[in-house]
Design a protein around this ligand. Structure first.
Ligand code: SF4
Ligand code: SF4
Length: 592
């Protein structure tokens, strides 16, 4: 290789954008870390000097470059993201390898690896040089394939397996179009240059084609100028575009692996989550408010954008969510958008205070097992009665904690942002539980189960009734026969996706019915639409969501739909399904 030049003015647009984005990123990282609470900064410091940093490095490679999670969800989309990210990464790495091999004295010039082909002229065709040129062309082809697919997705997202994609703002458009231009311009610049220097199957091939009808020599510098301007403009537009997700996601992974969670919306970790959203739109299709009730603009991706730009009615967007967690499960970046929405609800006083009445038991309860039915179970009394039959048949010494109703676990208050009232309620409930001397708390409602586990600090285990029934059957305290019914199990959001209880209800059901598979189960379970997490959905919208879920769950015509949540049962019954039962009711039938 022979060096032709050290510098050319066309590098200036690239350098301006490059210096700007480096300063912006360093300032952003420092400010995000300063915004973290002291305990989180300590966690981060410890994790950097532990093996967690290697776990983070691996995750950064797998998620930011290979896009493994997107691949799992949608292969075509995963291939598109991987081609652009990994291909670009390879171009950068190979560029640096070339500089180190052929002109190590230029290693401190940031523009040298980017415009290497212009500055260095190929004078030999050793195996090493040819291999590098081949790899460079292969990486460039990879990125160009990804750009082509991105263009294809913009024109028709359904062809890429996505029902909908996001609408773009000006900053996004500038960054996207310049990014799409960068690599075709690089192809042109290297192709025009390949006649006098370098090139392999792609750039040399194109160079020969162009040479046949235009003078490549005359176009070399204009093409390098255009490439440099596109790169510089992309870097300048990055902070006002979704492409900030590229660096932000790396930081998010490091912080998440350090055990840090968002506490505020627009500061520290929460802010990094906002910037990490690539607006891929995967959460639009995952959301049943979009799929069934056509509320596309109410989905997480739009909430994230509003929050990041601090525009529009953010509070209303935070309210318009079932908190089902389907978008969190689907998000390839791992953004906990439900927590961000809860943070907004907590920090704003937009909810009128919930008028709650609290009637604790008048005398101290003493028992071995404390049963908390929950307010929704009181509204669907068949489930509470079934549980009492099971307790009685198993000979368990139990007492109901909320026999006359009047006690709430505190979740509705939390969802409405009234954390202080919720904390008072939690304290009072904790006293009742402690005074009972119970060894176990059993809850019938998944919402209560989740809250008892996550927000209470109880010295005794908490079980959902599906887990408890499984235990009773296993130890022979309850004997069941087979009902002969075919059944589909519906995973309630707060029991399945949001608490990870998937197997116990299935183990029980397999013993009492013929359990049928469905493609909407476990993490992909459907929300019934009745969630108290969303207080603004109309009855009609809820019905649409419930009917759509029923349509998907009962397509194989089971005899019965079984769920494990009083609210889901009530919502499905309200949407017109006659054959819907709670698992406790099916077990009672099987005992008979
Ligand atoms: S929240 Fe996640 S799934 Fe939704 S657009 Fe952002 S990155 Fe994609
Ligand atoms: S939590 Fe559920 S309802 Fe809320 S935006 Fe996500 S998918 Fe939609």
């Amino acid at each position: 290789m022979r060096q032709r030049f050290i510098y050319d003015p066309f590098v200036l647009p690239f350098m301006a954008g490059f210096v700007f984005i480096i300063i912006y990123l360093v300032a952003g990282i420092i400010s995000a870390i300063r915004e973290l609470p002291c305990e989180d900064r300590k966690k981060l410091g410890k994790s950097i000097f532990s093996r967690k940093i290697f776990v983070s490095a691996r995750e950064i490679f797998m998620e930011c470059l290979i896009h493994r999670r997107i691949f799992r969800r949608n292969r075509m989309l995963g291939f598109m993201h991987m081609s652009i990210a990994f291909g670009w990464f390879l171009l950068i790495v190979l560029g640096h390898i070339e500089v180190r091999l052929y002109c190590p004295e230029r290693v401190n010039l940031p523009y040298f690896p980017i415009f290497f082909r212009y500055f260095m002229m190929e004078t030999d065709s050793t195996l090493k040089g040819s291999l590098l040129f081949f790899l460079m062309d292969a990486a460039l082809l990879m990125v160009l394939t990804g750009i082509g697919l991105a263009l294809y997705k913009r024109i028709n997202s359904r062809l890429m397996g996505m029902r909908r994609t996001t609408k773009l703002k000006l900053g996004d458009r500038i960054a996207m179009y310049t990014l799409w231009a960068v690599f075709p311009l690089r192809l042109l610049a290297e192709s025009f240059t390949s006649g006098i220097s370098g090139g392999s199957f792609l750039t040399r091939g194109f160079g020969l084609v162009f040479e046949s009808f235009v003078s490549n020599e005359a176009l070399i510098r204009p093409a390098w100028w255009a490439y440099s301007v596109a790169l510089g403009t992309f870097f300048l537009a990055m902070p006002v575009s979704r492409y900030m997700h590229i660096p932000a996601e790396m930081l998010l992974i490091v912080l998440r692996n350090a055990g840090i969670k968002s506490k505020k919306t627009n500061a520290g970790y929460g802010n990094i989550e906002l910037y990490s959203c690539s607006r891929c739109g995967i959460c639009i299709d995952a959301c049943q408010m979009s799929a069934a009730a056509r509320l596309d603009r109410k989905t997480t991706v739009y909430f994230m954008r509003m929050l990041r730009r601090q525009e529009g009615d953010i509070e209303a967007a935070a309210r318009q969510c079932l908190m089902c967690g389907r978008c969190v499960q689907a998000c390839p970046v791992g953004i906990d958008s439900c927590r961000l929405k809860q943070n907004v609800r907590r920090s704003e006083s937009f909810f009128s205070p919930v008028q709650y009445r609290y009637f604790p038991p008048t005398e101290t309860i003493r028992t071995d097992v404390l049963y908390f039915a929950g307010c929704m179970t009181h509204l669907t009394p068949g489930i509470g009665k079934a549980m009492q039959t099971i307790f009685g048949r198993a000979g368990v010494n139990y007492r109901m904690m909320d026999e006359g109703g009047g006690i709430c676990c505190g979740r509705p208050l939390m969802l409405s942002g009234q954390e202080k009232s919720a904390a008072i309620m939690i304290e009072k409930n904790t006293d009742i539980i402690l005074q009972s001397n119970a060894e176990l708390l059993v809850a019938s409602c998944p919402v209560c189960y989740k809250i008892f586990n996550e927000e209470y600090s109880l010295p005794i285990p908490v079980m959902h009734h599906t887990q408890y029934i499984e235990q009773l059957i296993d130890r022979g305290a309850v004997t069941v026969g087979h009902t002969g019914l075919s059944a589909v199990y519906h995973d309630p959001c707060d029991l399945g996706r949001n608490s990870g209880v998937y197997n116990p209800p299935r183990q029980v059901l397999r013993q009492v019915a013929n359990l049928m598979d469905t493609s909407h189960e476990r993490g992909e379970g459907l929300c019934c639409g009745g969630s108290v997490g969303n207080a603004v959905l109309t009855g009609d919208q809820r019905r649409k969501i419930a009917r759509d879920a029923l349509y998907k769950l009962t397509g194989e015509k089971p005899d019965i739909l079984v769920t494990a949540c009083p609210l889901c049962k009530k919502t499905f019954a309200g949407a017109g399904l006659q054959q819907v039962e709670d698992i406790a009711q099916v077990v009672v039938k099987a005992m008979e």
